[in-house]
Design a protein around this ligand. Structure first.
Ligand code: SF4
Length: 317
């Protein structure tokens, strides 16, 4: 069986939002705070697409060079990502990884063209209205209220006209429910935590948050592509160019004091509950079987099915 978590250590090194999100099933949360993972599942293909787009955006947008805007260069950046994360990618078929890489490169190439375009479009408008202050800002061990967190912000922006600070978060999804996602944005704990963390570190108020939705294309490599990677990328890119509103959707919410106050109260209540459960030990971490197959099959399903024989089914990070 797994060991008890060192609560004091966890409180001092901080908790990330993704770990906290697994609290929906307390057993899953217990596995993750113990740094266990299932070696047979690791990364999902949708997560891989999203990670690549984030990786490309982080490296390319702040230092864009027109001479690098080609498939070879972006492919090289994606391979660097693969090399760094080789351990997590072993369970995915390399052919599937290559196809998802093609999708990420196609979408990102059109993104860059629109973002830096002189013509007005949804992305160039964003670029022209805001100065990019920081890309991939990592706030390690950041105290927010009573608790310590590890926070990663995709972009910090300053609006040219009102000089106020805004945060931007890229969210890659295969299915986009724009109507409900916009509502969700007004109480998205993750984004409010980012804003609160930024304010605590820099003593500057965050006026609002953008979430830039990027859709994963559902196109697949087929006969038309003659098994040629570059042909596939160009075909997908053409589809993205023809339907930019389908692929790129910026959502926006202003942050009010009332919203921040509500977030702070809810966050404190949740963290107190989490730390109290940790103090009580593993038996406080019961299973939520509603989460086993939603939104994907849980990484720990084998361990739970096997009565928690973690030594056989799980490995330590
Ligand atoms: S398999 Fe189900 S019960 Fe077990 S950790 Fe995952 S979500 Fe929780």
């Amino acid at each position: 069986m797994i060991n008890d978590v060192d609560l004091k250590k966890l409180k001092s090194i901080g908790i990330s939002h993704s770990r906290k999100a697994t609290w929906s099933c307390r057993k899953k949360f217990w596995y993750t705070i113990n740094n266990w993972y299932n070696p047979s599942s690791s990364v999902t293909r949708n997560a891989y697409f999203g990670n690549l787009v984030h990786h490309l955006a982080e490296l390319v947008l702040p230092n864009y060079k027109a001479e690098n805007h080609n498939i070879t260069f972006y492919h090289h950046l994606c391979r660097e990502y693969d090399d760094r994360n080789a351990k997590d990618l072993t369970s995915v078929d390399p052919n599937d990884l290559e196809k998802d890489k093609g999708l990420a490169i196609s979408v990102f190439m059109v993104f860059v063209e629109m973002y830096f375009s002189e013509n007005e479009n949804v992305l160039s408008k964003l670029k022209k209205s805001y100065r990019l202050l920081k890309s991939e800002l990592y706030l390690k061990r950041q105290k927010v209220g009573k608790h310590v967190y590890n926070i990663k912000i995709d972009q910090v922006l300053q609006k040219y006209d009102d000089k106020k600070i805004y945060l931007l978060d890229f969210k890659c999804k295969s299915q986009i429910d724009e109507y409900n996602l916009l509502k969700l944005l007004s109480f998205e704990q993750q984004l409010f935590l980012y804003a609160k963390g930024f304010e605590a570190r820099y003593q500057k108020k965050v006026a609002g948050i953008y979430q830039l939705l990027i859709r994963k294309p559902d196109l697949r490599m087929c006969k038309k592509d003659n098994n040629d990677f570059a042909t596939f990328i160009k075909r997908v890119a053409k589809d993205v160019e023809e339907k930019p509103d389908h692929y790129f959707k910026p959502l926006f919410v202003f942050i009010s004091d009332k919203m921040m106050e509500t977030f702070t109260q809810e966050e404190n209540a949740l963290m107190n509950e989490i730390y109290t459960a940790i103090e009580q030990g593993e038996s406080a971490f019961y299973k939520n079987t509603q989460m086993c197959l939603k939104p994907f099959t849980c990484d720990f399903i084998d361990a739970c099915a096997n009565g928690g024989d973690t030594g056989l089914l799980l490995k330590h990070f």
